[in-house]
Ligand binder design. Structure first.
Ligand code: 4NP
Length: 163
């Protein structure tokens, strides 16, 4: 299984939204037996909590399941288990390095920024709705960039959907 891990700060707003959206796209495209999706936070304040009500509300509005999603913190093993680690902003990228074990060698995951996969290069970082309150903006950005990311992974891994 190819594991894709989304990372943000609290793991209650942006990365669980990305996880839910990406999980749905993987399923719709017929790759659920090849790609597994997860998310984690660099911070530990919300461990065990469901997504923020703003994230839940927007996912409910667009009928995207977030069943079973609970906040957890990034761990060393995420670097061994994940083939892709996708962060929401530069701060996440900096903070993530603190968790990276030494000596991963060939097995090191691809680490990238979410908006590098967006169709527009206007923004580099996914704004944090925990502070901005704008969950709709984040939803639009994640819908767009998740599409680009899935295409990137399909091509890089040479995947074909089994129907
Ligand atoms: P997230 O947003 O990183 O998108 O989940 C945040 C959630 C909680 C906090 C910060 C950002 N916090 O400081 O508790």
């Amino acid at each position: 299984m190819i594991k894709v891990l989304f990372v943000c700060l609290g793991n209650i707003c942006r990365s669980p939204m990305a996880e839910a959206i990406f999980r749905q796209k993987v399923k719709e495209a017929g790759f659920e037996d090849q790609i597994v999706v997860d998310s984690a936070g660099t911070g530990d304040w919300h461990i065990g909590n469901p997504p923020h009500h703003g994230t839940r509300r927007i996912l409910d509005q667009y009928k995207i399941s977030y069943e079973g999603i609970r906040a957890r913190q990034v761990a060393e093993d995420d670097f061994r288990d994940s083939r892709y680690i996708i962060v929401m902003d530069n701060q996440n990228m900096q903070d993530l390095k603190r968790f990276q074990p030494k000596g991963l060698g060939e097995e090191a995951p691809f680490i990238g920024k979410m908006l590098d996969f967006a169709s527009s290069a206007e923004l580099k970082d996914v704004p944090d709705p925990y502070y901005t309150g704008n969950f709709e903006e984040v939803y639009e950005l994640l819908q767009d960039s998740c599409q680009g990311l899935l295409q990137f992974i399909i091509e890089r891994e040479g995947l074909t959907a089994r129907s």
